[in-house]
Design a protein around this ligand. Structure first.
Ligand SMILES: [Fe+2]
Ligand SMILES: [Fe+2]
Length: 361
C-alpha cells in the first residue's frame, strides 16, 4: 500500500475521522501557551512541517568537505595578517554553534508549543551538531600544534573579543532560562527577545559576519574547503533564521498586543549592541591590517546586515547603510561550488536556484 505523502497536510485527514481533541488534552490556543501539545492532526502550523521537510532535503555531511587545499594555502599562501584573521575566525567557530544548540534545547524547545514546530527544532539541533562537528574537524586540521589547538577551543574564556560575544549570548539566555512556563505578557516579551536575539543577532549577524570573512578569502582564491563547508552552513543558518522569524510572525498574528513600541525599541537596542560587539571582534580580526578588507567597510556591512534583519521583522532601517562587500551580494551556493570545481553533494537540496543575500537574508 502506498504511503500518503502529507504534502498538503490537512488533506490527510479522512472525512469520517473525528478531529475532536480528547478530554484532558486541551490544545493550546496560542503557540506560546505552556505545555507539550502532542497532536499533529489537525495540524495547526503546516508551515513548520514544510520547513522540517525542506531541511531534510538539505542534508550534507562533514566527510564531503576536502580540506587538503586549505592546508597548502595556510602553509604557503596566507600572509601573517590573514593567518591572524583565520585563527580568530576558527576560535569563534569553536564554540558559536554549541551556544546556539544549548539555547535551542534549554529555551526554544520548551516554549514553542506545537509538535510540528518541535520537529523542525529537532532537525535544527542535528544541524547545529553537524556545524560543531564541521568546525571541530576544521580546527583539528588547521591547527596541528596541540597547545595552540587547546587555546583555540578555550577562546571563549581567553580572547576578549570572543568572550564578549559569548557573554552577549549568555545574557539573553539568562533572561528566560529560569522560566518554566511563559504565562504573563512580560514573560512572553522576554521569550520573544531571546528568540529574536538568536535569529537576528547571533545566527543572523555574528554568523553572517563570520561568513563574510570566509567569502572574502574565497574571493582571493583561498581556503576553498572552508568555503565549501560554509556554503552548507550558510544555507542551514538562513533556514534557522527563517524558521524563527516565522515563529515571530505566528506570535504576532496570535498576540499582536505583544508587538508594541517598547518591544521595537528593545529590539533596536539589542541589535545596536550586537553590532558593537561584532565590531569589536572585527577590530581584533582585522587588527593586523588585511589588504582588501577595511574596518570601516566591515562596520558598514554589519550595519547593513542589522538593517536587513529589522526589515525582516517589519521594522524600518536603523543605520541606512549599504552593503560594501560585493562578494556577499549573491550567494549562488551550487553555482559557486561548480565554479571552483569542487565536489558538490548529490543530495537533493531544499532551496532551488540562487540564494540571494539581498532578497531574503
Ligand atoms: Fe549553526
Ligand atoms: Fe543555526
Amino acid at each position: 500500500m502506498a504511503l500518503i505523502d502529507p504534502i498538503t497536510p490537512d488533506e490527510y485527514i479522512p472525512e469520517n475521522m473525528s478531529t475532536t481533541v480528547p478530554v484532558g488534552n486541551a490544545r493550546p490556543k496560542h503557540i506560546l501557551d505552556p505545555g507539550f501539545d502532542l497532536t499533529l492532526r489537525p495540524m495547526r502550523y503546516p508551515q513548520f512541517f514544510d520547513m522540517y521537510r525542506d531541511a531534510i532535503k538539505n542534508t550534507w555531511t562533514v566527510d564531503e568537505i576536502d580540506f587538503s587545499d586549505d592546508l597548502v594555502d595556510l602553509d604557503r599562501k596566507l600572509m601573517p595578517a590573514e593567518k591572524h584573521l583565520v585563527s580568530r575566525l576558527v576560535a569563534f567557530f569553536a564554540t558559536g554553534d554549541s551556544i546556539v544548540a544549548n539555547n535551542l534545547v534549554l529555551n526554544l524547545y520548551q516554549h514553542i508549543n506545537a509538535p510540528e514546530a518541535r520537529m523542525y527544532l529537532s532537525r535544527q539541533l542535528y544541524e547545529e551538531a553537524l556545524h560543531v562537528q564541521f568546525y571541530l574537524t576544521l580546527l583539528d586540521n588547521y591547527i596541528p600544534d596541540m597547545k595552540e589547538r587547546e587555546a583555540a577551543f578555550a577562546a571563549v574564556e581567553n580572547i576578549p573579543s570572543i568572550k564578549a560575544k559569548a557573554e552577549f549570548c549568555f545574557k539573553w539566555m539568562d533572561e528566560v532560562h529560569h522560566l518554566d512556563a511563559i504565562t504573563t505578557q512580560e514573560e512572553r516579551r522576554k521569550f520573544l527577545m531571546n528568540l529574536i536575539c538568536f535569529a537576528t543577532c547571533i545566527e543572523g549577524l555574528f554568523f553572517f559576519a563570520a561568513f563574510a570573512y570566509v567569502y572574502f578569502l574565497r574571493s582571493k582564491g583561498l581556503l576553498n574547503g572552508l568555503a565549501d563547508g560554509t556554503n552548507w552552513v550558510f544555507r542551514d543558518e538562513s533556514c534557522h533564521m527563517n524558521f524563527a522569524l516565522e515563529v515571530v510572525n505566528t506570535v504576532r498574528a496570535e498576540e499582536p498586543e505583544l508587538f508594541d513600541d517598547r518591544l521595537e525599541a528593545d529590539i533596536r537596542e539589542m541589535l545596536r549592541d550586537a553590532v558593537d560587539c561584532e565590531y569589536q571582534f572585527a577590530a581584533d580580526v582585522l587588527g593586523e591590517g588585511v589588504p582588501g578588507m577595511s574596518l570601516p567597510d566591515t562596520r558598514e556591512y554589519l550595519q547593513y546586515v542589522a538593517d536587513t534583519r529589522l526589515h525582516l521583522l517589519g521594522y524600518a532601517s536603523e543605520f541606512g547603510s549599504k552593503n560594501p562587500f560585493s562578494f556577499m551580494e549573491l550567494q549562488d551556493v551550487q553555482g559557486l561550488s561548480n565554479f571552483f570545481e569542487r565536489t558538490v553533494s548529490s543530495y537533493q537540496t531544499g532551496i532551488e536556484g540562487d540564494v540571494s543575500f539581498d532578497e531574503d537574508f
